[in-house]
Design a protein around this ligand. Structure first.
Ligand code: 4AD
Ligand code: MG
Length: 476
């Protein structure tokens, strides 16, 4: 019978003839194959005791080769594993040139593996990351489904720029060398494929709001595109965002939902990816040892995850946060790159990380931001200068979630759009929601890859997505 490595290592099936297919990780002493098939971080040891007449075959058992093995599962004679396969026959399904196979059994740098991203999931680190990511994705759908949410697919091609930051990728079939022009020399997008200027979506929120105002609780989980030229370890030009949207829910309910959701999905991987997490934890501990004592993390990976699953997030208003930052040591000693001088300043990631990692030492939910540093759709507070926004900040990551209670009052929303030069004709359907049965509603967006970074301890967002899209880079 055909088995996976995971089945062989966890089920009680010793002394049975078995078959297995996988890739050779190493072949030692012309006798021991470490075989992996992706089903688990662990390899199974396959013992080859062939006569010397099989020399040609043995030569072809090289790192990276695909093989089909038949044999018996027996209790292991050696240390390090409980069972092993006593091989009776081995077929090489695909050779691997031992000279130039990039994934040699040694330590590779992440930079090198990024250049070989098509092969990097053949390493323990990347296969562990992707198994965790897959389970996290499942946990996301599980959480929302079990809590009465409907999944919806919002369009990827749209004519709106929900966040208003102007960081969109244009979608067009016009000839860039010879576009049709208006009389004033501007491009005539009426002749473009959709009859108007369109772009890839920066958020599914606006469309999700339309469904929340009929189905009650909805969420989208899909690709999102941002043409921001930020070459950081936390930004991608193409990433996946989870966006729930709920009718009749205010900002406090939004915070409760986000916190409960984060805890639930992280708990799921603690329960279902133990071995992968233990492997990544060990990897991180080795990496930490190379850092100066003062910079080393006090908690291990699993402790960090457990911490945010078990502890309440600190809820702090923007105004309180500014006070803390103004009086903080790095601000007074001018250690911050951007010194906080007055209320209204936009928070940079150095400030967010100070609050989370040095001051509160736990995830922080900041709320009630100044209206003028946030998007047009957020609900204006009674003070007339702050909006019902919230950001969730995580240790090591900074901003994980951005959300808000939405402006449900037609006149206030119209005024806001006017002030920001957003034409009403463009968002007539969005304004309709405020005309017909408007109600308090809220939602948030979570950058899925940032969540995966936190869950795996990976330091660069490029290492938690199969083929990262970043400025100057769209390989594979
Ligand atoms: O804070 P943002 O821009 O919020 C929105 O787009 C809202 N429409 C969400 C909503 O209320 N429905 O983005 C939400 C999250 C951020 O907190 C961050 O985790 C992630 O998306 N994100 C990115 N992740 C990777 N690369 C980028 N370039 C990202 N930009 C935002
Ligand atoms: Mg944000």
């Amino acid at each position: 019978m055909n088995y996976t490595v995971s089945q062989l290592l966890t089920q009680d099936i010793t002394f049975q003839p078995i078959e297995i297919k996988g890739w050779v990780r190493t072949f030692r002493a012309n006798r021991f194959i470490a075989l992996n098939d992706g089903s688990t971080i662990n390899n199974i040891q396959c013992v080859v005791d062939f006569e010397n007449t099989h020399e040609d075959l043995l030569k072809r058992i090289t790192t990276g080769a695909a093989v089909h093995i038949k044999g018996d599962l027996v209790e292991s004679q050696g240390k390090g594993q409980t069972v092993e396969i006593q091989v009776s026959s081995i077929e090489i399904l695909g050779d691997s040139d031992p000279e130039d196979y990039p994934i040699q059994p040694k330590k590779h740098t992440f930079e090198f593996l990024r250049e070989n991203a098509h092969l990097r999931t053949r390493t323990n680190t990347f296969s562990a990351v992707m198994r965790i990511k897959s389970n996290l994705s499942f946990a996301v759908h599980k959480y929302f489904t079990e809590n009465g949410f409907y999944n919806m697919h919002t369009p990827l091609i749209t004519a709106s720029d929900a966040e208003g930051a102007g960081e969109t990728f244009r979608v067009s079939t016009l000839d860039p060398k010879n576009p049709p022009l208006n009389e004033d020399g501007t491009v005539n997008f009426e002749e473009d494929f959709f009859g108007k200027e369109t772009n890839l979506t920066v958020s599914g929120q606006l469309e999700a709001e339309t469904y929340a105002m009929s189905l009650g609780k909805v969420y989208t989980f899909g690709p999102t595109f941002r043409a921001e030229n930020s070459n950081t370890t936390r930004h991608l030009a193409e990433f996946w965002m989870i966006e729930p949207e709920v009718a009749f829910m205010d900002l406090a309910g939004n915070m409760d939902l986000a916190e409960d959701f984060m805890k639930s999905v992280l708990k799921y991987i603690l329960e279902h990816n133990r071995e992968d997490l233990e492997f990544l934890e060990k990897r991180l501990q080795d990496e930490e040892k190379t850092k100066p004592q003062a910079e080393r993390s006090e908690m291990s990976l699993i402790e960090k995850i457990r911490f945010v699953v078990d502890n309440n997030y600190k809820r702090v208003s923007y105004t309180e946060a500014i006070d803390i930052l103004k009086n903080s040591k790095p601000n007074k000693k001018k250690k911050f790159k951007y010194i906080i001088e007055e209320w209204g300043a936009d928070l940079q990631s150095e400030h967010e990380r100070f609050l989370v990692e040095k001051h509160f030492k736990c995830p922080v939910i900041l709320f009630d931001y100044p209206a003028n540093i946030k998007a047009f759709y957020m609900r204006l507070n009674e003070d007339g200068k702050t909006v019902r926004a919230m950001d969730i900040l995580f240790p090591g990551i900074g901003e994980m979630v951005g959300g808000s209670q939405r402006e449900e009052r037609l006149e206030v929303l119209k005024e806001k759009m006017k002030a920001l030069d957003i034409p009403e004709e463009e968002l007539w359907w969005y304004l309709d929601l405020r005309k017909y049965g408007t109600a308090v509603h809220s939602g948030f967006g979570l950058g899925f890859e940032r969540l995966v970074m936190f869950a795996t301890g990976m330091g660069n967002i490029r290492d938690v997505i199969p083929y990262p899209r970043t400025p100057q880079n769209a390989e594979f």
